[in-house]
Design a protein around this ligand. Structure first.
Ligand SMILES: Nc1nc2c(ncn2[C@@H]2O[C@H](COP(=O)(O)OP(=O)(O)OP(=O)(O)O)[C@@H](O)[C@H]2O)c(=O)[nH]1
Ligand SMILES: [Mg+2]
Length: 304
């Protein structure tokens, strides 16, 4: 029977919010079993709202992964935080993710203040429990419970999948009967070009340090199939803010760019199931993170 007409089919929207680097994107990818959102150990990895659709017999949950909420230092930062905060009102449930290994800080308190301003129910998801002793969890739970009336408090490891089954069940329990918004085989509504650009950006995040990861943007300039229909030709540009960063990305005798290209190609081939030919350029665009026109060019602000 078509689920769309099935009685008892549940659906809803769930936003995943929290400070940078707590594991929001890792959780999203784990739930849908596919890499939709890029991940790295650098804070502020996610820059846009990333949609992932999870469909089962029980229903359909649309997860929104959001940029980590932080004190913005650029127009891009302002945009990122606004994206995350704006979801709070639009969804049926919020997952507030914290890192069990990090002390509660002003960033968490700021988020809790925002949560108090909306009526949306909130689960506290304590992530990275694979890194702490179970005894360390109780004080964390006690501490947070005093600050806000969470509907549920669920410790998990998004990386290892510990306790994520009960989390998913608790999410479904919170959803009301509703329509199937997306076809059951669809996992995201982002265009392939966006995901390809993100996968390239992820490799740069993995291979560079300090300010470089924050200073780059990636655009796919062209994506076309070869005559045999099997090979995918992709031309992409990596934008940096300074000449010195361009030097870092190209590397000695071009080794760095070659490695970024190699790793990206493997990931893109896995995603597309086709052979990929990838050509990368590095371009300098001074201070692009503060230029509205450039931000628009790179696809930020698209939604408003
Ligand atoms: N040990 C451990 N590491 C984790 C877990 N979940 C995520 N991580 C790691 O934490 C880092 C950040 O993960 P992300 O998923 O990119 O974090 P995020 O919250 O999306 O970060 P932003 O997009 O920057 O806000 C990565 O190095 C992950 O591998 C977990 O359950 N256990
Ligand atoms: Mg993220």
């Amino acid at each position: 029977m078509d689920n769309r007409t099935k009685k008892g089919f549940k659906s809803g929207f769930v936003s995943i919010v929290g400070r940078p680097n707590v594991g929001k994107s890792t959780l999203l990818n784990h739930i849908v079993g596919q890499k939709i959102a890029i991940m790295s150990n650098k804070p502020q990895t996610t820059r846009n709202k990333i949609t992932a659709v999870y469909t089962t017999e029980q229903g359909q949950v649309i997860f929104l992964d959001t940029p980590g909420i932080h004190k913005p230092k650029s127009k891009l930062g302002d945009y990122m935080v606004a994206v995350a905060e704006n979801t709070l009102n639009e969804v049926d449930l919020v997952l507030f993710v914290i890192d069990a290994t990090e002390k509660r800080g002003p960033g968490d308190e700021y988020i809790i203040e925002r949560l108090k301003q909306v009526k949306t129910p909130v689960f506290l998801v304590i992530n990275k429990i694979d890194k702490v002793h179970p005894e360390e969890l109780l004080p964390i739970i006690d501490d947070y419970r005093k600050l806000y009336e969470f509907k549920q408090i669920i410790p998990i490891s998004a990386l290892e999948g510990n306790n994520t089954g009960p989390l998913i069940q608790a999410i479904f329990d919170e959803m009301e009967e509703g329509p199937m918004y997306y076809p059951p085989d669809q996992v995201t509504d982002h265009p392939e070009r966006f995901i390809v650009a993100e996968l390239i950006r992820e490799k740069v995040l993995h291979l560079t340090r300090e300010e470089v990861p924050h200073s780059i943007a990636v655009t796919v300039e062209e994506m076309k199939r070869g005559e045999n229909g099997r090979t995918l030709y992709i031309y992409a540009a990596i934008y940096v803010e300074r000449d010195s960063q361009k030097g870092i990305l190209i590397g000695e005798r071009g080794q760095m760019l070659k490695e970024i290209g190699r790793r990206s190609r493997l990931d893109i081939e896995r995603l597309m199931g086709d052979k990929v030919y990838l050509e990368l350029w590095v371009k300098v665009k001074k201070d692009w993170r503060n230029q509205e026109r450039m931000l628009r060019n790179f696809g930020f602000y698209d939604e408003d």
